[in-house]
Design a protein around this ligand. Structure first.
Ligand code: G3P
Length: 221
C-alpha cells in the first residue's frame, strides 16, 4: 500500500518526503483554506516538490460544464495534477468527458460513501476513487468496512481502479485499510507521525542510552 499525504501544508509535505514513504498528496478546499498565500502558486510548488507524484486538487464548480472548465485549468498547472471531482451525477459526466479527451485529465472521484458509487466512478473512468472512512465513522458507521467491501467487490469484478482510503483519523484506520488491500492510504501528517512512533520504542532507546552511559560512561564515537 502506498502512502499519500492529506494536506496542503508545504512544510508537512517537505518534512515527510524526507522520510521516504510518501508518494503523492491529496488536498481539498478545506485543507487549502488553512494555508496562506495564493492558490495556484501553492499548487505549483507542491507539484514541483512531489517530482511527478500525483497531487489531487479539487474543483469548486458544481455544474458539469463548470467542473470540466475548472479541471482543464487545474490540470494545466502541472503535469502531475490529478483533479478531484465530487461523486454524483454531474461528477460522473465530468469524469467521463475528461477521460474521453485526447489529452486525458486524470480524476480522483471524491466523497465516495458506498460500493455502488465506487462502481459507477470506476466505470466512468476515474483514475482513483476516494472513500471517506472517518466521516462514515462520524455518523456511526464502520468506514473501514466500506473499504473492505469495495476491495472485495472490485477484485471479484476485475476492476483495477486504485482505491485511496481517505478521511483517515488515526493509525488503526491505516492498519484496517491495509489489511483490506487498499492501494493507497492518504493520511494527515499527524497520523503519519503517530504511525512512526511507539512509546516502547522511545522507552527502549532511552534505556539503551542509560545502560551504556552507566557501564561505560563515555560516548562511543
Ligand atoms: O482528502 C479529504 C479527506 O481525507 C478529508 O478528511 O478528516 O476532513 O474527513 P476529513
Amino acid at each position: 500500500m502506498k502512502f499519500f499525504l492529506d494536506t496542503a501544508n508545504f512544510a508537512e509535505i517537505e518534512e515527510s518526503l524526507a522520510w521516504g514513504v510518501v508518494s503523492g498528496v491529496t488536498t481539498n478546499p478545506t485543507l487549502v483554506s488553512r494555508e496562506e498565500g495564493a492558490f495556484e502558486p501553492l499548487v505549483r510548488k507542491i507539484c514541483a516538490v512531489m517530482q511527478g507524484g500525483p497531487v489531487s486538487v479539487e474543483v469548486l464548480a458544481t455544474t458539469a460544464e463548470g467542473m470540466v472548465e475548472e479541471a482543464v485549468r487545474l490540470a494545466a498547472l502541472a503535469p502531475n495534477v490529478v483533479v478531484k471531482i465530487p461523486m454524483g451525477v454531474e461528477g460522473l459526466k465530468v469524469v467521463s468527458q475528461l477521460n474521453s479527451r485526447e489529452e486525458k485529465v486524470p480524476c480522483n472521484v471524491t466523497l465516495v460513501f458506498s460500493v455502488n458509487q465506487a462502481l459507477l466512478a470506476a466505470r466512468a473512468g476515474a483514475a482513483y476513487i476516494s472513500p471517506f472512512i472517518g466521516r462514515l465513522d462520524d455518523i456511526g458507521w464502520d468506514g473501514a468496512a466500506l473499504v473492505e467491501e469495495m476491495i472485495s467487490v472490485f477484485s471479484c469484478q476485475g476492476i483495477a481502479t486504485p482505491i485511496i482510503a481517505a478521511s483517515i483519523r488515526h493509525p488503526q484506520h491505516v492498519q484496517r485499510v491495509a489489511a483490506a488491500g487498499a492501494h493507497i492510504a492518504t493520511v494527515p501528517y499527524t497520523v503519519l507521525k503517530q504511525m512512526a512512533n511507539h512509546p516502547l520504542t522511545s522507552q527502549g532507546i532511552e534505556r539503551f542510552l542509560a545502560d551504556w552511559s552507566l557501564s561505560r560512561g563515555e560516548a562511543r564515537l
